[in-house]
Design a protein around this ligand. Structure first.
Ligand SMILES: Nc1ncnc2c1ncn2[C@@H]1O[C@H](COP(=O)(O)OP(=O)(O)OP(=O)(O)O)[C@@H](O)[C@H]1O
Length: 237
């Protein structure tokens, strides 16, 4: 379970939002939505421990952080001289350490992950030669290797063709069925309504948190006068 305790996110001590309180239950699947600049990525990075909270806290129970993190595509250097298999193997670092060799069972896990995302044939390819969809499949394979209990995804389908998005959505649903706790920043209202049971909606410094069917405005880009939930009131997920 991940608990946000009066969490205020922001940069250099300057708050972006009102305090957020609530819980992501173990095994829950939550979409984080809101207009551009609402603070979705900032919230995800704060939960991941990549940014310090302005105030309040993020608590992980029972066993501290074991997080897989998928940043926005725009934050990644696609030209770094690495091969696909090397990036996917990085998923073993949290368990194995960076400098230790990869044992046989880990090697099999890496191959299985590449196969699951349909990239086994491209294992030796330079990452600079991948399409956007192939690149995202590679990052999903790294996540599968990491096998973390908490998975944070920042706009995993932005700029990705619909076939790959559907494929990767199935991967997310499989991980959810395995009991992982998953938080995903998304813009596609239709997808969220159909596939994400929980929603944390950020708007104008406020938030709405609960079952997607209860929270989603008729048109997620419109002001939240349409939302039935009280402004600033976190509903436990
Ligand atoms: N490193 C930074 N330093 C200061 N302000 C930042 C920094 N990164 C982002 N911001 C600001 O924080 C606010 C929230 O940004 P954030 O990226 O979290 O929004 P978002 O909801 O994820 O937006 P988008 O949908 O466009 O990705 C924005 O006003 C942004 O300009």
């Amino acid at each position: 379970m991940i608990t946000l305790e009066k969490l205020v996110t922001g940069y250099r001590g300057e708050a972006l939002s009102q305090p957020i309180s609530g819980q992501f239950r173990r095994g829950s699947l939550t979409a984080i939505m809101g207009v551009n600049g609402a603070g979705k990525s900032t919230l995800l990075k704060t939960i991941a421990g990549l940014l310090p909270p302005v105030s309040g806290a993020v608590r992980f129970e029972p066993d501290g952080r074991q997080i897989a993190w998928l940043p926005q595509q725009s934050e990644i250097d696609h030209h770094f001289p690495l091969r696909v298999i090397e990036v996917v193997a990085m998923g073993s670092w949290p368990a194995n350490g960076m400098l230790r060799g990869i044992g046989r069972s880990m090697h099999e896990r890496i191959e299985a992950a590449l196969e699951q995302v349909g990239l086994l044939d491209l294992a030796g390819r330079a990452i600079s030669q991948l399409s956007g969809g192939q690149f995202q499949r590679m990052l999903f394979a790294r996540m599968l290797v990491q096998d973390a209990s908490v998975i944070l995804l920042d706009e995993p389908f932005t700029g990705i063709d619909s076939q790959t998005s559907t494929f990767l959505l199935r991967v997310i649903e499989r991980l959810h069925a395995e009991g992982k706790t998953i938080l995903t920043v998304l813009h596609n209202q239709h997808m969220v309504e159909r596939h994400f049971p929980q929603l944390l909606y950020l708007h104008d410094g406020h938030y709405h948190w609960g079952k997607t069917a209860d929270i989603m405005p008729e048109n997620a880009e419109r002001p939240l006068s349409l939302v039935r939930c009280a402004v600033g009131q976190g509903v436990r997920s």
